[in-house]
Ligand binder design. Sequence first.
Ligand SMILES: [Fe+2]
Ligand SMILES: [Fe+2]
Length: 377
Amino acid sequence: MTITHRDNDAILGRDDVDDIEAILSVTNSDVDEIQHIVADNADAIFTWDYSLARPHLRKLYEKAKVGQWNSTTDLPWDTEVDLEKVVTEDQSAISAGLSPDHYDGTIIEKWDDKQWLQFGLDNRRWTLSQFLHGEQGALLCTAKITETVPWYDAKLYASTQVMDEARHVEVFARYIDEKLEGGFQVNAHLRLLLDDIINDSRWDMTYLGMQVMVEGLALAAFGFMHQLTSEPLLKQLLRYVMSDEARHVAFGVLSLKEVYDGMTDAEMKDRQEFAFEAAVRMRDRFLAQEVWEKHGVNPKDVVPLILTDPTRDLFQTMLFSKIVPNCKKLGLLDRNDQWLRRRFEEMNVIQFEDLEDTGEEYVKFALDEGDEPANIT
Ligand SMILES: [Fe+2]
Ligand SMILES: [Fe+2]
C-alpha cells in the first residue's frame, strides 16, 4: 500500500510554507491572557512491571539524580547586568543577527545606532521570554509523559525532568524579571505548537514534539546564545540549563528509537507530518513578528527579506543542527520514500543530517565535565 501524506494546507493551514500573509496572520490576539487551557486527551497508564527493562533509561535516571543543581544558590544572581552594554556588545558580535545592507529601501535602512539598540533590547527580552514559555511547555509535557508512558524506567526518568523543567522556568522567569525589566507574551506560533503537542492523545507524540523537536531546537539556541553573550550570569544560567537539556533530548531519542523501529509506514507517516509541522512552527516563531511591530515596522515589509538574509539564514539553519540528526536516527527522515528528507531539503536544513545525534551527547554537557562543553553548537 502506498502511503500518501497530507498536503501542506492540511498540516500547516497554508499551501505554501513561505506564504508570508498566512504566517503573519497567526498572531497572539490576547496579550493580557493569564490562563490558557488545553484539552489533554491521554490515558494515564499504571504499570505493575517494576523490572529493569531499559538499562539505558535507568542510566540516564541515575545521571539526572546527581546532575540536579539549585537554581537559587548555584547561580550568581547578584551580578549587575548593564543591559544596554551587554546588548551592544552582543549585537556587535553578530550585527544584530542580520545583514544590514539587505534591508535597503525599508524603514530599517534609516535606523541609527540608538534605534538598533532599542530593537536589540526588546529582541533579547522577546527571545528569553519565548525560552521561558517553551520551558513551561516542557514542564507540562513531562508531567504528562510521567503519566502516559507505559514503561516504568521512563516514568522514573520523566519525573526527574519535571523537576529540571521547574528549575528552568524559575531561572528564566527570574532573569527576565530582575535583569531585563519585563518580557513578552507567548508567540502565537509557539503556542500553536505547544497546544498540538499537549492535545495529542498518543504518548509518543508528546515525546516527539517536546523532547526531540522543541528541546532539540532549544539546545541549539541556548548553545548559540551561551557562546555569543558576554553577560556572565546569563552565560552560566544557560550552561546549567543545557546540561539538563542534553539529557532530555537523549531521553526522547533513546525512547522513541525503540518505538519507531517497530512502527508501520502508516504510523510513521503521522510522525513525519508532526515533525514537519513542528519544524515549520518553530521557524515561523523565530521571525519575531511582535518585536518588529513594537518598533513601528510592518512585519510584511521585512519578513520576506528576513527569509532571504544570508546572516540570518546561518542562525536560522543552525537551530536545526540537533533536530535533523535525531530525526535521522529515529528513521523519520527516510521512511515513506524519504518524505521528511524532502521537506527538510526544502527548508534548507538537511545538511545537518550526519552530525552527532543526541542519544549519547549528554555526557559532554554534564556539569562535572568542566565548565565549557566540548561541542555546544
Ligand atoms: Fe528545559
Ligand atoms: Fe528540557
